[in-house]
Ligand binder design. Structure first.
Ligand code: SF4
Length: 365
């Protein structure tokens, strides 16, 4: 049939090279992927694997682990082997950890150009080892650790400075024929970040990893990331995303997935269409919406479920939902595909919605 407005892609994707981060393609026509980073001490293998498992269950597709010490590097082989999703080693200073990560079976390595000085004379060796193992490199520029040379030239971490830093770093690898690269140019200010990625997108064909760095606690970080990623993804820019929150990393994954679902870049799972409530509401919409969200958590098929506070506008507002409820007078009008099919007491709303949803599953299979 004709795709509805909601399923049409938001924009034509920028054309980028495709790299493989382990089993996950990034760039080209690959779906935009969601990644996160563990907060455990990497050397604590059990804790790290436990957190990776939680992230995987939440829908994380690629995970990054910090490698600041030899103990962390020593833990990489077992983590890379036991993780169900590709593991990227995050390395800031020591080239020896880059070689260790590549040998350990990590799916990719992230390096930071601001700290590349010590890498300079070893880039050729890194490129060779990465090529031999089919391991891509992420050039990860951060406003906070910008190359001092560029800081001096631009006065601060401007979009131009971030992009120049990234492309200079790429050129070091390109000199050795290495182009298996993805890039990030992160800044804590979404405006600077958006400008930097636009500039970068126009100046290279490498896949881009989007991130707002130090985005803040959950609420602020979620809004900043949604705004910044939304602006870029709506222009077709961005191949993989990482939401940074001062919150447990599972929250980052949930936010990342929700951003992609909101832009139809990922099939929607559960979508609750609930009204904001108003003076006409005849039920506590907030509580009911929470209860319905909890009851449908992990439901086997994608569903749009409407929760409406009254029968005046409820069914009409929710016509595009698969099913829903409009409350009134201590009862709930249950509707499926826009038609009211029954009216039940308020206490039975949630279970009735589940029953009707299960019928939709049967019809679907
Ligand atoms: Fe108000 Fe009813 Fe609309 Fe909810 S559905 S916002 S209660 S009019």
């Amino acid at each position: 049939g004709i795709p509805s407005v909601r399923t049409r892609p938001i924009a034509e994707r920028r054309t980028s090279r495709q790299i493989m981060v382990g089993s996950v393609p990034v760039g080209g026509d690959a779906p935009v992927s969601v990644q996160s980073m563990t907060t455990t001490v990497t050397a604590d293998v059990n804790a790290t694997l436990q957190q990776i498992a939680e992230l995987t269950a939440a829908g994380c597709q690629i995970v990054r682990v910090a490698v600041p010490s030899q103990d962390d590097a020593d833990a990489l082989p077992i983590i890379a082997r036991k993780s169900k999703i590709p593991v990227i080693a995050d390395i800031h200073f020591q080239p020896k950890y880059v070689f260790a990560a590549i040998a350990a079976g990590c799916a990719a390595v992230r390096v930071n150009p601001g700290n590349i000085k010590k890498f300079d004379d070893r880039v050729g060796e890194i490129a060779k080892a990465a090529t031999e193992h089919g391991v891509p490199i992420r050039i990860g520029v951060n406003a906070g650790s910008l190359d001092p040379r560029l800081l001096a030239k631009y006065g601060k971490a401007t979009p131009e400075a971030l992009v120049e830093s990234a492309l200079w770093e790429c050129s070091l690898f390109e000199e050795h024929g290495f182009r298996d690269i993805k890039i990030s140019v992160k800044h804590n200010d979404p405006v600077v970040m958006i400008q930097a990625y636009r500039l970068l997108a126009a100046r290279c064909d490498y896949p881009l990893h989007l991130g707002v760095t130090e985005a803040g606690p959950a609420f602020q970080g979620t809004v900043k990331s949604a705004v910044a990623f939304g602006a870029l993804l709506a222009e077709g820019i961005g191949d993989t995303i990482r939401v940074s929150l001062s919150a447990p990393p599972v929250e980052e994954v949930k936010v990342g997935n929700q951003i992609l679902e909101s832009l139809n870049l990922r099939e929607r799972g559960l979508e609750i269409v609930s009204c904001p409530s108003c003076g006409r509401a005849q039920v506590d919409v907030y509580t009911l919406a929470e209860q319905v969200t909890a009851a449908f958590d992990g439901f086997p098929i994608p569903l749009r479920v409407a929760v409406m506070g009254c029968v005046v506008n409820g069914p009409g507002e929710a016509r595009e939902a698969d099913l829903g409820v409009a409350s009134g007078n201590g009862k709930g009008q249950i509707f499926v595909k826009g038609e009211v099919i029954k009216t039940v007491p308020e206490s039975k709303i949630v279970e009735t919605l589940i029953e009707e949803a299960l019928k939709l599953v049967d019809a679907d299979t």
